[in-house]
Write a protein that binds this ligand. Sequence first.
Ligand code: ADP
Length: 309
Amino acid sequence: MEIFRSENIVKKYANHLALDDVSISINEGSIFGLLGPNGAGKTTFIRIINQITAPDSGKLFLFNNKLKASDICHIGYLPEERGLYKKMKVGEQALYLAQLKGLSKKDALKKLKYWFEKFEIQAWWDKKVEELSKGMQQKIQFIVTILHEPKLLIFDEPFSGFDPINTNIIKNEILELKKNGSTVIFSTHNMGSVEELCDHIALINNSKKILDGQIDDIRQQYKSNTFEISFNGSIENFKTNISNDFEIIETDINKKVSNDEHIVRVKLNNGSTPNDLLSMVLPTVQIKSFNELIPSMNDIFIKVVEGEK
Ligand code: ADP
């Protein structure tokens, strides 16, 4: 079921068209990646969903009803520009922010206790924010963002500033939130995390949406009939045995394990099949592995954005 939809969103700043007719639909319980190069319009779009700024035209819907001011209690937003009051104590501030989101003090305390224990950060409660590192402050903001259990969570670059261990902790929490029924929109440049987390993505470039779909479908759509083969034997024999329908695009991309072992990438042209290729090389080399190369989201991002230039 759809939880959120934008229709034909347009946003102009003084002399810049920041969003040009952007429509997206997000299913409940999914993780939606909002991708795009710097300056594409992602933050503008996220600010519009959070009603921090208004679009010039277009419509927004939450649960099929027009988005309204009071919907903000259903949305949790972790902005990229994060700011906690430096002089205030961590616990006191978390409690204050949680109450701003509509939680009672008692409820907020109970939920904060749960999260501080879960993240093993009880010792931070009485520290001043300025005594925490950037990553530690970010963890506090993550907790405050999800504390009131909003239906829709929006994280702008949630992993920036985190070390790999904390990145993993946050990734797992995002998956856990999804498992418990939350819907997540997040923007990131970290394509590895997109593949690990997202069900669906939209790619914005130069203010326009240029790609939208399920991750698996998009990766299938961009594959180029290229296979990676590792084998023992002579690379010359391999090359001379294959016909012109096969184009060797890379050889020995990884370190050889031994002089005799090779890894080759081959593009299959003119309707040729993996079976054709294998039957040509089988008599001369010893196949160790054979698999189709499915492009990564990183490859696709670069290809699509570069292709627009
Ligand atoms: P992204 O988050 O994808 O990096 P932004 O939404 O922050 O992109 O910005 C999109 C474009 O709109 C950029 O060219 C940026 O300079 C411009 N922009 C963003 N906010 C404002 C603003 N308040 N006034 C004028 N231009 C802005």
